[in-house]
Design a binder for this molecule. Structure first.
Ligand SMILES: Cc1cc2nc3c(=O)[nH]c(=O)nc-3n(C[C@H](O)[C@H](O)[C@H](O)COP(=O)(O)OP(=O)(O)OC[C@H]3O[C@@H](n4cnc5c(N)ncnc54)[C@H](O)[C@@H]3O)c2cc1C
Length: 387
């Protein structure tokens, strides 16, 4: 028997340091996350503060950023950490992606020196949590239509509007909120508890239950001029952050798929049907072979995109290729694994159904699969099918 990643000799593409980082994150997930995550999912509750501190001491929060207490690791190392976190649960990887690639990256890339000093070291340590408010009730795929406004009043800014589906919303100490101004879309740092700022959790989710998802309501929230991110102007600001987070998903989705496949390989080896192990049947082996193939291809693509990112040449279209393929295939793998587990596949005793329903959210957020197809279509034809 040979593990799916060994079949592809994946480790030969990684440095010793990258392998060590992956192994360390896996160990911490095995110890601190896996024993509890199905329970968090079932209860729809996440001990986000404790987890943020654990993840901060592990060094994965903003690990691909330099300075301000961040680890300054390469893109492949960051990707492998996302893979291991998502092998535990997509909700955990979402917490880390939003913290590091959306909230911290926005401050790191577009913030003033004072904003960086104030927030980044504490966020890297997991002492403070951030969220990223772009989506609105009526504008998800088309954030350019946003209705949230920021108006100047004297030296201050006053924000009004509603953001929806915001990961980490109610546990965040700071929300990076994108709003329409006279000079185009700008980003603002809204501290939790600011007068006029209320946060309500989204209830009744069937997917990403081990993740906090919230509505942010801004009703005349008055902020000083220094709350605006000086370096971001227009939609390219938030879109630049999303590109960072999508890169983590390219690896992360493969982590969920790997966990499903490993679980299923073990299950099919011990489950007897018609007096023989399930794994001995040709129909089963075809499913297992197809899944290993798609998993390996997705991992190779992820590492390739990671190396391009490290070389500074990765384009948004290439990130779309990775996000579209790897989430789509991960979801397919999770569903196929579910069939092999039979009725056991629908319970939380095994991680497969949890990954499958989580991946439904991952398929939608950070750009839906349709939007990534359109991005790739535009690159191939030169014709934008959407504005
Ligand atoms: C669990 C979860 C966490 C999230 N976390 C965050 C967060 O932290 N911050 C944040 O800002 N947002 C977050 N989101 C929001 C997410 O990014 C949006 O849901 C996503 O962008 C899609 O927007 P929508 O839900 O409004 O769908 P819509 O944009 O209404 O899309 C509906 C359908 O129409 C399709 N569609 C849209 N445009 C076109 C077109 N031109 N041609 C063909 N089809 C099209 C879409 O692909 C989709 O299938 C989160 C969402 C979820 C589910």
């Amino acid at each position: 028997m040979i593990a799916p990643t060994t079949l592809f000799a994946l480790d030969t593409l990684l440095t010793e340091e990258e392998r060590e980082i992956r192994n360390t994150v896996r160990l911490v997930c095995d110890r601190e996350i896996r024993p509890h995550v199905a329970g968090w999912f079932e209860a729809g509750e996440l001990p986000a503060r404790e987890l943020a501190r654990t993840l901060g001491s592990l060094g994965v929060l903003g690990m691909h950023l330099d300075g301000y207490g961040c680890a300054g690791m390469g893109a492949v190392s960051y990707g492998l950490a996302c893979l291991e976190l998502e092998a535990a649960d997509s909700g955990l990887r979402s917490l880390v992606s939003v913290q590091g690639s959306l909230a911290m990256y926005a401050i790191w890339k577009y913030g003033s020196e004072e904003q960086k000093q104030e927030w980044l070291p504490a966020m890297a340590a997991g002492e403070r949590i951030g969220c990223f408010g772009l989506t609105e009730p009526d504008f998800g795929s088309d954030p350019g239509g946003m209705r949230t406004t920021a108006k100047r009043e004297g030296g201050d800014w006053v924000l009004d509007g509603t953001k929806l589906w915001i990961t980490n919303g109610s546990v965040a100490d700071v929300a990076v909120v994108w709003a329409r101004t006279d000079e185009g879309v700008r980003g603002f740092l809204v501290p939790a508890g600011a007068p006029g700022f209320t946060v309500n959790d989204v209830k009744h989710k069937i997917s990403l239950r081990a993740s906090v998802t919230s509505e942010l309501v801004l009703d005349g929230v008055r902020l000083p001029a220094a709350a605006m991110l000086p370096g971001a102007r227009g939609l390219s600001g938030p879109l630049g952050c999303l590109n960072e987070a999508r890169f983590g998903i390219v690896f992360g989705a493969m982590g969920a798929a790997l966990d499903c496949l490993e679980t299923t390989l073990a299950y099919a080896a011990q489950r007897e049907v018609f007096a023989r192990p399930l794994s001995s049947y040709q129909l089963t082996q075809e499913k297992l072979a197809d899944m290993a193939l798609e998993l390996g291809k997705g991992l190779l693509l992820a590492v390739h995109l990671g190396r391009l990112k490290e070389a500074g040449t990765l384009t948004p279209e290439q990130v779309s290729l990775g996000k579209l393929n790897n989430v789509r295939e991960a979801l397919e793998i999770a569903r196929k694994c579910r069939t092999l587990l039979g009725a056991s596949g629908i319970t939380l005793e095994y991680p497969v159904i949890r990954h499958a329903v989580n991946l439904e959210s991952v398929l939608t957020y950070e750009g839906t699969s349709e939007i990534h197809s359109l991005v790739i279509g535009k690159a191939l034809t030169g014709i934008p099918a959407f504005t």
